[in-house]
Design a protein around this ligand. Structure first.
Ligand SMILES: N[C@@H](CCC(=O)N[C@@H](CS)C(=O)NCC(=O)O)C(=O)O
Length: 205
């Protein structure tokens, strides 16, 4: 059975969401980030990067949430979490990479400079610039989503899972999101699989 190593309110939520969408059976193993379990030998032997989410499927160890969600989408075709025709797949990968490399990265950089870096490495101006960069990318995303139901093609996909979870993060840290982004985020957040994933993570905690 697949095993997801995760911790609530982190990027593991998106993988749990994809697994629930796929109706997959999986074990959830809590890696307590607060207790530093991700940097202890027991976990580092599984994932030397010391990062969650990590998915283990037989001998395969996969990290990077966008890659894991895409793997789940490919493994469970009945869930239709990734398009099958070349044109729609190109759109899927384009927007998935856009979300990860042009949007999320700025939230992460801002978070590091505000909270996670050692004091002598924090540069407040970098956090400010990162929010500005996020807003520019969010405007591009908003134009794309205007009048569309989903980020790629005319189906819900794993790219939506990654995108909505990045918008959840932005909303959580009070970055203003316009009406298009908010209504996309809220509409897709109503999916039952997300509620199941949150319940699963809460039960593990
Ligand atoms: N790009 C990676 C980022 C993974 C990541 O940074 N995960 C965080 C939790 S959301 C983590 O493990 N942080 C612990 C650390 O970096 O020490 C992904 O999308 O999976």
């Amino acid at each position: 059975m697949m095993k997801l190593y995760g911790y609530p309110q982190t990027r593991s939520a998106r993988v749990a969401w994809a697994l629930e969408e796929a109706n997959a059976e999986y074990e959830y193993e809590l890696i307590n980030l607060q207790a530093g379990e991700h940097k202890k030998p027991a976990f580092l032997t599984i994932n030397p990067f010391g990062k969650i989410p990590t998915l283990v499927d037989n001998e395969q160890v996969i990290s990077e949430s966008a890659a894991i969600c895409t793997y789940i989408a490919e493994k469970f075709p009945a869930a239709q979490l990734i398009p099958t025709d070349a044109q729609s797949r190109a759109e899927y990968f384009q927007w998935l990479f856009f979300v990860v490399t042009e949007l999320e990265v700025h939230l992460w950089t801002a978070a590091k400079h505000e909270r996670f870096l050692p004091e002598d490495k924090k540069i407040p101006a970098v956090a400010k610039t990162s929010y500005w960069e996020f807003e520019k990318a969010a405007a591009v995303l908003s134009t794309h989503l205007n009048g569309r139901q989903y980020i790629a093609g005319d189906h819900f996909s794993a790219a939506d899972i990654i995108c909505v979870s990045v918008l959840h993060w932005a909303h959580h840290v009070k970055v203003p999101l316009n009406e298009t982004l908010l209504s996309y985020m809220n509409r897709l957040s109503d999916r039952p699989a997300l509620a199941k994933a949150r319940k699963r993570e809460a039960e593990a905690a």
